[in-house]
Ligand binder design. Structure first.
Ligand code: ADP
Ligand code: MG
Length: 692
């Protein structure tokens, strides 16, 4: 028998297939889902305020007697009604009204109204208030605050409120399953689920609205805790599931890793060494590594990946590196080739642009095991490539590589049914607690140190009015043999507007800088043309590259020493930092000019200050999290966290360490509650394919 809370919403009175379908859009399929549609805000209809105490901006309930009702033409036809209660009077204003309504509001009628108080031409007024005529005994007031729910097309507020009320009534009779063990409720001081739900849907009249409005009441926090816990458990299960498969223990009998590291022209930084030790320990074990290496651009993640690859090859197996674009794949291939050729190891590049014959022979060499090191794009690995013995997959820039892709790699194992180890590299620093939540299916290594001798990128902010100075600076840089990036503004939401802006900017710059060779890349160009332009820039044939933000990831052009970012005030901190990481890769001093348009909002000002003040990606990420929240920081695709219903990662981030501890306890001692708990919170999303 299924629990009452798990029955479909159609079990409720008045819910047919059509309404059920519309409810699905709110993520509601089961009765319990209704309980987790939480109010956006509340109204206080528990009391009647004296009209004389009203102030603009207040949402209030009042009662009074109609003194005068008349139709006026003030620009448009409207009904004005004056209501008084002995303490003062207020105007009710209606733009849409029927003759009936007008008649009902006759002088002497008694009304109860609810609405927002505004300042109007005749003093305080309520525009289109809800109201009811009082005939005889007035109806009793509400006993609790009135919830206002997020609505969706076709499910009106009143309807939804009534449905939630039905679900709450069921909750009171049948109860709602408390999955969290008593021990966790107590140690975390969490109120019980049933009580929390009752509270958030029906706060008592003395509840503190200002606390509820920002989601920080203990009842709300308890729900957020449970939701975050459910997500944490899902990812941890995914990891356990993946790690339950055997993986080749890479012991490097040939000692290639040591030879590789010894042959490098530099010593690893302490942070690199630490990361590599963690990777080595994982690789030597007979279960698949699932490790994310996080570190700022230029901290030397690729070397770590290459050392891991050397270990795989030294263990008689293959390693493959996947990059998000062809250009990056080629760049990695060049690095790998330079490192491994001296050790007598060929590296295969599998790219979409290579000829059919070259491709076939590369694939043959991979299938036969003749080449042990393979570099290609993400897309290529989604096709069927037969590996002789793939033991390690390295993923560069995980942006487009989520939990599903990671799990899919399980099938990529070799003929002995072993799953390859996975090493994921990202240059998007994410604060540790957030990373441990969003990527709970991964272990995390952090490289928080740059190799010695790097010159910091000098960052300046300039108002748009000083553009001419910037253009002169570009001219000087190009004249001195340097190269320059110009990043175009994020105008509007559409690609169309963006590429137009990029084209306009390129044309203007071409006019202002006739001696400079200018190229253009934007998201609308076919990938091959984009890569062509990037390659020309890399080869120095283009001196000034005008681009939309497509250049964010990974490209390495050491000779580029100046970057100009237009409309920098519109970009997030993490993105600005990523972009800025494109310069400062060579020996010469580099700078980044952030052009902004006035007036600056307080947040924009704060952002520009933060980016100017710091070159440390983790510090910037922390500021970014505070300033704009994690949703944008993480992107939507690679984590289910984007679909959080109750929790808000920036508001509730202090819960995360506690959530992690609770997850440990549950995994160890209460594995039986994982399935129903995750079904409650994530089930609905998955049933509709919202969690991807
Ligand atoms: P990331 O991928 O983290 O952005 P890379 O691995 O591409 O960084 O490294 C950036 C540059 O720094 C490369 O040219 C690399 O050879 C060099 N490098 C890496 N580690 C060190 C080190 N410990 N000392 C000096 N240079 C290093
Ligand atoms: Mg890199």
């Amino acid at each position: 028998m299924i629990a009452a809370e798990q029955r479909p919403v159609t079990a409720l009175r008045g819910v047919g297939p059509a309404l059920a379908e519309r409810l699905r859009r709110l993520g509601v399929a089961q009765i319990q889902d209704l309980l987790f549609v939480l109010p956006r805000t509340y109204e206080d209809r528990t009391r009647i305020l004296p009209i004389g105490t009203l102030v603009p901006g207040l949402r209030a309930g009042i009662e009074g007697e109609v003194q005068l009702t008349e139709v006026k033409f003030r620009g448009r036809r409207q009904l004005l009604s004056r209501l008084a209660d002995g303490t003062g009077h207020v105007t009710l204003r209606f733009f849409h009204f029927s003759a009936n309504q007008q008649a009902g509001l006759a002088r002497g009628a008694r009304l109860r109204c609810y609405g927002e108080v505004r300042r109007g031409p005749l003093g305080l007024e309520l525009v289109h208030p809800e109201y009811r005529l009082i005939t005889g005994e007035a109806a009793p007031l509400e006993e609790t605050l009135t919830p206002i729910y997020p609505t969706t097309e076709g499910v009106a507020q009143g309807r939804l409120r009534a449905l939630v009320a039905q679900a709450l009534a069921e909750l009171r009779t049948a109860g709602v399953q408390e999955w969290l063990p008593q021990r966790i409720l107590e140690s975390q001081q969490l109120p019980a689920l049933a009580r929390s739900l009752e509270y958030v849907h029906r706060p008592p009249r003395d509840a503190r609205l200002e606390v509820l409005a920002v989601g920080r009441h203990p009842a709300q926090r308890r729900l957020a805790f449970e939701e975050l816990l459910a997500h944490q458990l899902t990812l941890r299960l995914a990891k356990e599931n993946l790690q339950s498969a055997p993986a080749p223990a890479l012991r490097d009998a040939r000692g290639l890793e040591v030879r590789f590291v010894d042959a490098l022209p530099f010593a690893l930084t302490r942070a690199q060494q630490r990361a590599l030790d963690e990777v080595d320990a994982d690789l030597a074990a007979a279960r698949p590594m699932m490790r994310l290496v996080q570190g700022d651009v230029g901290c030397g993640k690729t070397v770590i990946a290459a050392a891991a690859a050397a270990r795989a090859v030294g263990s008689g197996a293959q390693a493959a590196l996947m990059a998000p674009t062809e250009l990056l794949a080629e760049q990695h291939w060049r690095n790998f080739d330079a490192w491994f050729r001296p050790l007598g190891l060929p590296v295969a590049l599998v790219s979409g642009s290579m000829g059919a014959r070259a491709r076939r022979s590369a694939l043959e060499a991979i299938a036969s095991g003749e080449v042990a090191l393979i570099v290609g794009t993400h897309a290529l690995f989604q096709e069927r490539i037969g590996f002789a013995r793939l033991a390690l997959v390295i993923v560069d820039e995980q942006h487009r590589f989520g939990v599903q892709q990671r799990l899919a790699l399980k099938e990529k194992g070799d003929r002995r049914g072993e799953t390859p180890h996975q090493l994921i590299m990202t240059a998007t620093p994410i604060p540790r607690t957030l990373a441990m939540t969003a990527f709970a299916d991964l272990d995390i290594s952090i490289i928080d140190e740059l190799p010695p001798g790097r010159t910091l990128v000098k960052t300046v902010t300039l108002p748009e009015e000083r553009r001419a100075e910037v253009v002169a600076r570009i001219e000087a840089a190009c004249g001195a043999g340097r190269q320059v990036y110009w990043v175009c503004p994020l105008i509007g939401e559409s690609d169309e507007l963006r590429w137009q802006a990029a084209e306009d900017t390129a044309a203007q710059l071409a006019e202002a800088l006739p001696a400079v060779r200018i190229g253009l890349v934007h998201g609308r160009m076919p990938p091959a043309k984009k890569e062509q332009a990037m390659a020309a820039f890399k080869a120095g044939r283009i001196q000034l590259l005008v681009a939309t933000t497509v250049i964010e990831v990974g490209v390495d052009v050491p000779n580029a020493s100046l970057m100009v970012i237009e409309n920098a005030e519109r970009m997030g901190l993490a993105q600005l930092h990523q972009l800025r990481g494109r310069v400062g890769r060579g020996a010469q001093e580099s700078s980044c000019v952030l052009l902004y348009r006035q007036p600056l909002s307080a947040v924009a000002r704060e952002r520009l200050r933060a980016i100017r003040a710091s070159n440390d990606g983790f510090e910037i990420a922390q500021r970014d999290l505070e300033l704009r929240g994690p949703g944008e920081m993480l992107g939507t695709r690679q984590t289910g966290l984007a679909q959080l219903r109750v929790a808000d990662l920036s508001r509730d981030s202090d819960l995360l360490p506690r959530v992690q501890r609770a997850a440990e306890v549950i995994l160890a001692d209460h594995p039986d509650i994982i399935a129903p708990l995750t079904a409650r919170w994530i089930g609905a999303g998955e049933r509709f394919g919202r969690v991807g």
